[in-house]
Design a protein around this ligand. Structure first.
Ligand code: PEP
Ligand code: MN
Length: 346
């Protein structure tokens, strides 16, 4: 529920509304906006007596948020969320942010080479998994904690921001120390204890759409993060499972304008897992940016033929440089621009 204050409502009036909400047993959140200040009532179990709030001084109206997700909805916050990272890098504003790197961190030499290659091509953020969610227990599972040390080294030596996946609450803690963005993978989109742990983390979260998740389910998973207090959430379309085995997934680009309509959260696209095919990544990256994606996450490997995971969809560094040239041109056509790597990220 949203309590919209009159234009010019005093701080005292806003505080009074918040106190009454707390007195009713709910949490209150002040939402200063460009047009209006509103107070969000969090935890509405359907038994809130709106008349207690409607009559308070300074209150203009009380709005029931109709969607099942509340804090992630556009009704709750009309202005788009902008996630701010070190070095002035933003996700969700006018810029298009590119996250790139290997599926997995494999060695110091591999991750440092990848970091330099993606930064040279213009990516601001390096990706690389330390713990990998693999379908088979016999597939490479990731280097684990040592990989985080290698990512920290890449961050410091190359000057790139870091995005890496956490698979459990302990991983969230460990990733928080190194990562600028904590990734939650498709297979864990509805791992609710993990979502709660990431919701308490002090780092932005990249939440990937589950492979058979509806958009409403994606937004409700994001709601878990906001409900725990983490408002720096970036969504990601990475394809959903279809009937056709010609591609790894069906890359559902309609999600991008749809999420922009339903939610204030930024949404990026993953054409690598979305297609599973190296030569389809560039055209679908172009399409995602044209559709309004706030960024891309792309798998790039110094030598994809040697990759320990997802080699077939990983770009060669020179292909990634081409992708960046293409998406820069497309971003410009729609009045946006690709985020430049920060000169320093400390
Ligand atoms: C990944 O980013 O390497 C990954 C495992 O992606 P997803 O969770 O989308 O399958
Ligand atoms: Mn991968």
């Amino acid at each position: 529920m949203l309590i919209v204050m009159r234009h010019g409502a005093t701080q005292q009036e806003i505080q009074r509304v918040m106190a009454v909400i707390r007195d009713m047993g709910y949490a209150a959140r002040a939402l200063p906006g460009a047009q209006r200040t509103a107070v969000g009532l969090v935890g509405n179990d359907g038994r809130v007596d709106a008349s207690r709030l409607e009559g308070l001084p300074g209150v203009q109206e009380v709005i029931q948020v109709t969607k099942p997700y509340k804090q992630v909805s556009r009704e709750w916050q009309p202005e788009g969320t902008v996630v701010r990272l070190a070095g002035g890098v933003t996700i969700g504003g006018p810029e298009v942010a590119v996250i790139a790197g290997p599926c997995s961190v494999e060695s110091e030499q591999q991750i440092l080479a990848a970091a330099r290659q993606v930064k040279d091509a213009g990516a601001a953020i390096l990706r690389g998994g330390a713990w990998k969610p693999r379908t088979s227990p016999y597939s490479f599972q990731g280097l684990g904690e040592p990989a985080l040390k290698l990512l920290a080294k890449a961050r410091e030596e190359v000057g790139v921001l870091i995005c890496t996946e956490a698979m459990d609450a302990e991983g969230v803690e460990l990733c928080s120390e190194v990562a600028d963005i904590i990734q939650i993978g498709a297979r864990n989109m509805q791992n609710f204890p993990l979502l709660k742990a990431a919701g308490r983390a002090k780092k932005p979260v990249l939440l990937k759409r589950g492979m058979s998740a509806t958009i409403e389910e994606l937004l409700l998973s994001a709601e878990y993060l906001l409900a725990e207090g983490n408002h720096d959430v970036i969504l990601c379309e990475r394809g959903v499972r279809g009937f056709d085995t010609a591609t790894r997934n069906i890359f559902d680009l309609t999600t991008i304008p749809l999420v922009h309509q339903l939610s204030h959260l930024p949404i990026i696209a993953d054409p690598s897992h979305g297609t599973g095919l190296r030569d389809k990544v560039i055209p679908m990256a172009r399409a995602a940016v044209a559709a309004g994606a706030d960024g891309l996450i792309v798998e790039v490997h110094p030598t994809p033929e040697d990759a320990l995971s997802d080699g077939a969809q990983s770009l060669f560094p020179e292909q990634f440089a081409q992708l960046m040239r293409d998406v820069r041109a497309i971003a410009e056509v729609i009045g946006r621009r690709v985020v430049e790597p920060a000169s320093a990220v400390a």
